[in-house]
Design a protein around this ligand. Structure first.
Ligand code: LMR
Length: 398
């Protein structure tokens, strides 16, 4: 039965981990996958998480099945983070949330539900976008196309191009939007431009699907929710996938959520009933641990404060690394204007390196980046910064 099975290519992002792990060079640096490492090159276990886990271990809770939609305390905490705790939509029962297996799992549950709802639609993702967006929506059965997004000349967003394309799309088109810390470019649109996106979605009857995997990594919890809040004030219905992989450093626990904003409480009940069918037929119900930990942190004022402080620490360290990299490249004679490295937000920077240059980085220096030229600046630290700057400068000038 497997005779005709072809070898699939390595995953463009997670496949880099496999190659990195097999590399025996001690100087190797993994700037591929979007993971935050501390200044010692370790994935941190946050103090707030450690405290919540200790309490949970001591309480030794039974491990029964969760509800199909996951833990209510977790889902409520997700809604408050996304929409603000005083959101009228939450009070009106216009928001449903299901705990999902990371941001990816949330996108897939949303995509499968949308396919039942709107089978003839086309999905539009940004050009460029996270590699898995296209694969994921295609595997849910949608044709996937793109809208312009990145302006290589400035290292920022091409908003005029994006807007013009959105305005040209047929009603019912599904638009995947990066709510903050655009992946892979780190280039975000402004608050005022988000208002324009909302207006286009309303005027053209588009279906917005916001992907929010990095809340807290640009400016803070509320500031980074500006896109979600703009949509929530608009009266439109929309989807949000969110994740605690990065903000809680809980990558392997797969803690994410799909939230859907509906027109009424009654509509919410119907929508939730259908989304639950999607979950039930995929993985039945989510695992217990990660969601319970996040809910415990977010519902304790002390732990929540500790988490916000730790999150701010990660955010600030990334900013320092951006600055440090831009300064070092300039000091090494890279003449190209690299100020965009410090303007881009979140974990990633789009360096403009070609696939061939990325190969050289890997082969000659043991530095791994995505072939599109995306680097994870959250993997830089005070010890590897000079080495990485040397390598990048030699490749950029070469
Ligand atoms: C990334 O883009 O590197 C992260 O979102 C991890 C992933 O799942 O690809």
């Amino acid at each position: 039965i497997f005779a005709a099975v072809e070898m699939a290519p390595r995953d463009p992002i997670l496949g880099l981990n496999e190659a990195f792990n097999a590399d025996t060079r001690t100087t190797k640096v993994n700037l591929g996958v979007g993971v935050y490492y501390d200044d010692n090159g370790k994935i941190p276990l946050l103090g707030a998480v450690k405290a919540a886990e200790k309490a949970r271990l001591e309480a030794a809770p039974a491990r029964g099945y969760q509800p199909i939609e996951g833990l209510a305390a977790y889902n409520n905490a997700v809604q408050a983070l996304l929409l603000g705790k005083d959101s009228a939509l939450i009070a009106n029962g216009q928001v449903i949330t299901v705990e999902a297996l990371g941001g990816t799992g949330a996108l897939k549950v949303g995509a499968d539900f949308l396919k039942r709802l709107n089978p003839g639609a086309t999905v539009y993702i940004s050009d460029p976008s996270w590699e898995n967006h296209r694969a994921l929506f295609e595997s849910a059965g949608f044709p996937v196309d793109t809208y312009p997004y990145y302006d290589a000349a400035t290292g920022g967003a091409n908003f005029a191009g994006m807007k013009a394309k959105l305005e040209s799309l047929p009603a019912g088109s599904i638009i995947v939007l990066h709510a903050c810390c655009h992946n892979p470019t780190g280039a975000d649109i402004t608050d005022a431009q988000w208002e324009e996106v909302v207006a286009v979605c309303r005027a053209k009857g588009l279906v917005p699907f916001l992907d929010m995997a990095y809340q807290g990594f640009a400016d803070g919890i509320d500031a980074d929710a500006v896109a979600v809040r703009a949509f929530s004030a608009s009266g439109l219905q929309f989807f949000v996938s969110s994740s605690f992989s990065k903000s809680f450093s809980l990558y392997g626990e797969r803690v994410g959520a799909l939230s859907i904003i509906t027109a009424s409480k009654e509509e919410s009940a119907r929508v939730l009933s259908q989304v639950k069918r999607v979950v039930r037929t995929n993985y039945s119900n989510p695992p217990t641990h990660g969601g319970a930990v996040v809910a415990a942190v977010l519902s304790s004022p002390e732990l929540r404060q500790q988490w916000e402080d730790e999150l701010a620490g990660m955010r600030l360290r990334i900013r320092e690394m951006r600055k440090g990299l831009a300064e070092r490249l300039a000091a090494r004679g890279v003449t190209r204007d690299l100020s965009f490295v410090t303007r881009q937000r979140g974990m990633f920077s789009y360096t403009g390196l070609s696939a061939a240059q990325v190969e050289v980085l890997k082969n000659e220096f043991g530095i791994y980046a995505v072939s599109t030229g995306r680097i994870c600046v959250a993997a830089l630290n005070s010890k590897n910064l000079d080495y990485v700057a040397d390598a990048l400068a030699s490749v950029m000038k070469g």
